[in-house]
Design a protein around this ligand. Structure first.
Ligand SMILES: *Cc1c(COP(=O)(O)O)cnc(C)c1O
Length: 372
């Protein structure tokens, strides 16, 4: 049978047909409607966005976009990549830009993985690695982090020997806990016969040394970065990666020519010309992170973990994380992230806000404590 009654679903790729149904993240306006509060009265601390917003120069570049919006961007994004070379200290020939680091994660999967092949993932961590691997029809081998969220180095080495994966994904600082991977651990993993993808989305908040400078000497290291968090451009979708030269040659073949919009390109370049101010804001958020951690330490039903990122992870010791998230949203208009899965049972993740926002959150947490 053909026509409207026919079932064409057998034509789908089985990897996609087998995925769980899509459940969208609710946009901010709809959440605000559901909570019965105007968007301006909601404190959004659930997605690690930058509370300062884009830099003034980035905003100005966007306001002045004008007729350039009708012209396709440079497919090589030469000016932005030159700017990033200055920012990272790595030559532009190693740098590729993407519509967020997320696009580059997907491109890496498509570069290396055929159906049935494997990656190693170290959960609890960022969800996109396993998700994009499944889209490629690849299998994810989980090597769980230890209770303190450090990576299990011998476990990864053993899993590489046993499963012959093509890629190991690492995140430093890690999302959702904010822990770092030590340089000597990274160097040890680079000896393995796999590609190592190191996601440094939160590098600017860490005070640690970046690993981008290792890429030219290590043909199996890829480092990912983004403008979403430190530069306040999450909505523009602009990230980049530092890739070995031999990988770049193949990445150019795969990348959509105009993958980054003119607006995102301009906003990113303007941000790189506003570094003094953006770095001051990052310093402010780091100070605020320590203030929030101190405040949370005085709240008996929460236990906070040390973080090198723009968020802190806390274990909920009394009641459930889901109930706490719901109370903060419903009674106080404060949005945070909660987790309830193996290795992450009853945890909340709070993005760092500006000083007044930290007070509002801590006041709410103290008030909830009295009602527990
Ligand atoms: C937010 C985040 C990203 C995504 O960055 P985009 O550039 O916004 O796509 C990548 N990795 C980690 C660990 C993140 O938390």
């Amino acid at each position: 049978m053909t026509g409207s009654g026919a079932d064409y679903s057998g034509l789908l790729r089985p990897e996609i047909a087998g995925l769980e149904a899509y459940t969208p993240i609710l946009p901010f306006e709809i959440v605000s409607e559901q909570l019965g509060r105007p968007a301006s009265a909601i404190l959004k601390l659930d997605a690690n966005e930058n509370p300062f917003g884009p830099s003034p120069r980035a905003l100005q570049a966007l306001a002045e976009l004008g007729t350039t919006a009708s012209i396709y961007p440079d497919p090589e994004y030469r000016r932005l990549r030159e700017g990033l070379a200055g920012y990272t200290g790595v030559e532009a020939k190693y740098i590729m830009v993407g519509a967020g680091a997320d696009e580059l994660i997907d491109l890496i999967m498509r570069l290396f993985l055929s159906a049935g092949e494997r990656i190693i993932n170290c959960p609890p961590t960022f969800l996109m690695y396993a998700f994009d691997a499944s889209l490629a029809g690849a299998h994810t081998i989980d090597v769980l982090r230890r209770a303190d969220f450090s990576i299990d180095l011998p476990g990864i080495e053993q899993a590489v020997a046993q499963h012959h994966p093509k890629i190991v994904f690492l995140t430093s600082p890690n999302n959702p806990d904010g822990s770092l991977i030590a340089r000597e651990d990274l160097l040890r993993l680079l000896d393995l016969p796999v590609m190592i993808v190191l996601d440094e989305a939160y590098y600017e908040f860490s005070g640690a040394e970046s690993s981008v400078g290792l890429v030219p000497q290590h043909p199996n290291l890829i480092v990912l970065r983004t403008f979403s968090k430190w530069a306040g451009l999450a909505g523009m979708r602009i990230g980049y990666g530092v890739f070995p030269e031999w990988v770049m040659a193949h990445l150019w073949k795969l990348k959509q020519p105009y993958n980054v919009s003119v607006a995102a390109d301009m906003a990113a370049r303007a941000s790189l010309e506003d570094l003094t101010l953006l770095r001051e804001r990052v310093q402010g958020l780091i100070q605020e992170r320590e203030r929030l951690a101190q405040g949370v330490a005085a709240i008996p039903y929460l236990e906070e973990l040390p973080s090198a990122a723009n968020f802190i992870l806390c274990r909920v010791l009394k009641g459930s994380a889901a109930a706490l998230r719901q109370r903060l949203a419903r009674d106080y208009g404060i949005l945070i992230r909660h987790y309830n899965k193996p290795g992450l049972q009853d945890y909340i993740r709070i993005s760092i806000g500006v000083p007044g926002q930290t007070e509002r959150l801590l006041d709410a947490l103290r008030e909830i404590e009295r009602g527990l």
